[in-house]
Design a protein around this ligand. Structure first.
Ligand code: N01
Length: 546
C-alpha cells in the first residue's frame, strides 16, 4: 500500500506546455478526470495541483478529528470493481489519514503521478478565441495551454479566516483547520480558543479538549449534531463489500444524495408522536447522516423538520449537564439539516469536561483579538492557541481565485457578479471548453461527493469524446440555457427548508459581501443525473457546439 511519504516523490517531470486538456486540482475529481481523459480517450493531459501532494481536501484538512461523514464503503471511487476489491477501509467512517492513503494508492494504481505537477498554483486562465486554447499561468510564472480546461478544485478549499481586528498582534499561535500543519499541533499544557462550530469545529473540539489544558469554544450559531457511532469494520462487512461492489455502486446511483441508504417513504407529519420518537431514538442509536432518512418530509416540510429539530435539542439538553451550556448549545435558530448537518464523536459530552468552556457570541460578539487572546464585548479570554474552524469561501471561491477570463475578455468574476450562473453546474456561458467539476448549480455538497464527482467526470469525458468523434472543437453553454438552469436550481431549493437557514455557506452568507444565492442543486442526484444524461443524449441541448 502506498504511503504518503514515498508516494509524493514522483512529480511530473516532462517540460511540455501544450496539452489537449489541463485539469486544475489533484483531489478525488482531478485524479479521476486525468484517468478518464488520458487512459480512456488517449488525450494528453496535465494536472496542476497547488498542494505538495495529491488528495485535495484530504491533503489540506489535517485538523484533529478530521474524518469523513459518508460511510467508508460509499466514500470512494466505484468506476473500477477491481479497485473496490483491492482497497479495504478500517472504520465505518474513514479518517483523514486513511483517505489520503487511499488517494495516494489510486494515484499509484493508475500511474497518475507522471502527469501531475505538484506545488503549482494556477493564478490566471485566459481563453484565446483565435487559437481556441486556454492559456494558464502559474504562480511560479509557468504557462500551459490546452484546448480544454477543467477545474477540479473542490467546493470547500478556500479557507475563510475572518477579518477580526488585532490578529496580527496576537502573541500565540493560530491555525485554520483547512490549512493545518503537516507536523500537527501539540496542545499539551495549552489554553486553546476555537472559533466555529460547524462540521469541523464539532469534530475537532473533543480531540483538542483531550490534550489541551483548557479549551474555550466560541460559538456564534448553535448547531445540530447526531452521533456518528464510528467503529472498526468487521471482517463480515468487509466480505460483504468485496462481494457486492456492483450493488453498492447501484445504491449510490439510486439514492437522493448518492449515499448508501434510502430515505424512508413515511411522513413525519402523519406518524404518531410516540412512533416518531421511537424512530428518532433508533436513528440516534444507529448514528450518522442516516438520521435524515427517517422521514421523507424532513427537508421539505418545516412542520416535519420541527419534530427532528425538537428531538435533537432535547438530546443536547439531556447530554450536557451544565444547564447554562445546554441552553446555549440547544438554542438553534435554523431547521435541522438546512445547514450542513454534522455528525460527531462525543461532541456534546465534551462540554461536561472540567477543562472546556463555551462562549456565546450571540450574547457578546468578538470585538478583537488582543496580544493575549480573544476579546468579546464582555470579557477577554487569554489563550495560547487560536483555532479557526471558520469554514470556507465555498463553491465559487476556489474557481474565482484563479482569475479566469473567457470570450471577449469576460471575467468569471463579472459573469458571477450577482452570484454563480452555470448550466448544470458544468459550464458557464462565455467560457468555451471550460468545465467545472461539481461547480455551483450541481448537487455537489448536498451529496456524497465521490458519487457527484464520478458523474461529472464521466459526463465531461463523454462530451469531449463526442466532440472529437464529430470533428468539433468547441462546446459552450448557452446563456438562455444557463438562465433556465438557475431558475431550476432556485425552484428546487425553494421546495426545501434549505433557504430558511439564512446564514449558511450554501447561500454564501458566511463571507461578507458575497452575493446570497443558493448555490448547490437541491433536486437530488437521481433527477440531476437523468437531466444530464438527457441533455447529452439530445446532442448536448443548451450547449453550442462548433
Ligand atoms: O465550516 P462552516 P466547517 N466569528 O462554515 C463560524 C464540510 N466538512 O469547516 O454559523 C465567529 O460549516 C460559523 O458561525 P455561523 C461540510 O460540508 C465535512 O465547519 O456562520 N464565528 C460556523 O460555526 C461542512 O459544512 C466534514 O454563525 C464564525 C463555523 O465558524 C463544510 O465542510 C468535516 C466567524 C464555520 O462553519 C464546512 O464546515 C468538516 C466569525 N467571524 C467539514 N466566521 C465531514 O465530512 C465563521 N464562524 C465530516
Amino acid at each position: 500500500m502506498a504511503n504518503e511519504t514515498t508516494a509524493q516523490v514522483n512529480p511530473s517531470k516532462d517540460h511540455k506546455s501544450e496539452f489537449d486538456a489541463l485539469v486544475v486540482g489533484a483531489g478525488f475529481a482531478g485524479l479521476y478526470q486525468l484517468h478518464c481523459l488520458r487512459d480512456r480517450l488517449g488525450l494528453s493531459v496535465k494536472v496542476l495541483e497547488a498542494g505538495g501532494g495529491v488528495g485535495g481536501t484530504w491533503y489540506w484538512n489535517r485538523y484533529p478529528g478530521a474524518r469523513c461523514d459518508s460511510e467508508s464503503h460509499v466514500y470512494w471511487y466505484t468506476f473500477s470493481p477491481e479497485l473496490m476489491r483491492e482497497w479495504e477501509w478500517s472504520e465505518r467512517y474513514p479518517g483523514q489519514a486513511e483517505i489520503l492513503r487511499y488517494l495516494n494508492f489510486v494515484a499509484d494504481r493508475f500511474d497518475l503521478r507522471k502527469d501531475i505537477q505538484l506545488d503549482t498554483r494556477v493564478v490566471a486562465a485566459t481563453y484565446d478565441a483565435a487559437a481556441n486554447r486556454w492559456r494558464v499561468r502559474t504562480e511560479a510564472g509557468q504557462t500551459f495551454t490546452a484546448k480544454f480546461l477543467i477545474t477540479a478544485v473542490g467546493c470547500l478549499s478556500t479557507a475563510n479566516v475572518p477579518n477580526i481586528p488585532g490578529l496580527e498582534d496576537f502573541a500565540g499561535e493560530w491555525y485554520h483547520t483547512g490549512q493545518w500543519p503537516h507536523e500537527g499541533v501539540d496542545f499539551t499544557g495549552k489554553r486553546v480558543g476555537m472559533i466555529g462550530t460547524g462540521s469541523t469545529g464539532i469534530q475537532a473540539a473533543p480531540v483538542i479538549a483531550a490534550s489541551a489544558e483548557h479549551l474555550t469554544v466560541f460559538q456564534r450559531t448553535a448547531n445540530y449534531s447526531v452521533p456518528a457511532r464510528n467503529a472498526p469494520l468487521t471482517a463480515e462487512f468487509l466480505r460483504y463489500v468485496k462481494d457486492n461492489t456492483g450493488e453498492i455502486r447501484a445504491i449510490t446511483h439510486e439514492t437522493l444524495n448518492g449515499m448508501g441508504f434510502r430515505i424512508e417513504e413515511r411522513l413525519a407529519v402523519e406518524t404518531h408522536p410516540d412512533d416518531r420518537e421511537s424512530l428518532y431514538e433508533a436513528a440516534w442509536e444507529r448514528g450518522g447522516l442516516q438520521f435524515r432518512a427517517v422521514f421523507q418530509d424532513m427537508l421539505t416540510d418545516k412542520k416535519a423538520n420541527d419534530t427532528a429539530a425538537d428531538f435533537i435539542k432535547r438530546k443536547i439538553r439531556s447530554i450536557v449537564t451544565d444547564p447554562e451550556k445546554a441552553a446555549i448549545l440547544s438554542d438553534i435558530d435554523h431547521p435541522y439539516a438546512a445547514k450542513r448537518p454534522p455528525i460527531d464523536t462525543d461532541y456534546f459530552e465534551t462540554y461536561n469536561r472540567p477543562n472546556v468552556s463555551l462562549v456565546d457570541l450571540r450574547q457578546a460578539p468578538i470585538e478583537r483579538i488582543s496580544r493575549v487572546g480573544i476579546r468579546t464585548t464582555e470579557a477577554e479570554y487569554p489563550v495560547d492557541v487560536i483555532v479557526f474552524a471558520t469554514g470556507f469561501d465555498a463553491m465559487t471561491g476556489p474557481t474565482l481565485r484563479m482569475n479566469i477570463s473567457g470570450r471577449d475578455g469576460l471575467t468569471l468574476k463579472d459573469a458571477w457578479g450577482a452570484g454563480p450562473v452555470t448550466y448544470l453546474g458544468l459550464q458557464v456561458a462565455g467560457f468555451p471548453n471550460l468545465f467545472t467539476i461539481t461547480g455551483p448549480g450541481s448537487p455537489s455538497v448536498l451529496t456524497n461527493m465521490p458519487v457527484a464527482i464520478e458523474q461529472h467526470v464521466d459526463w465531461i469525458t463523454d462530451c469531449i469524446k463526442y466532440l472529437n468523434q464529430k470533428g468539433l472543437d468547441r462546446v459552450e453553454a448557452r446563456a438562455d440555457a444557463a438562465d433556465r438552469w438557475v431558475a431550476e436550481v432556485n425552484e428546487m431549493a425553494n421546495k426545501t427548508v434549505f433557504p430558511l437557514a439564512t446564514h449558511s455557506w450554501y447561500l454564501g452568507a458566511n463571507i461578507p459581501g458575497k452575493p446570497r444565492v443558493f448555490m448547490p442543486y437541491a433536486g437530488g442526484m437521481v433527477r440531476y443525473r437523468q437531466i444530464c444524461a438527457e441533455v447529452a443524449a439530445g446532442g448536448y441541448e443548451g450547449f453550442t457546439l462548433s
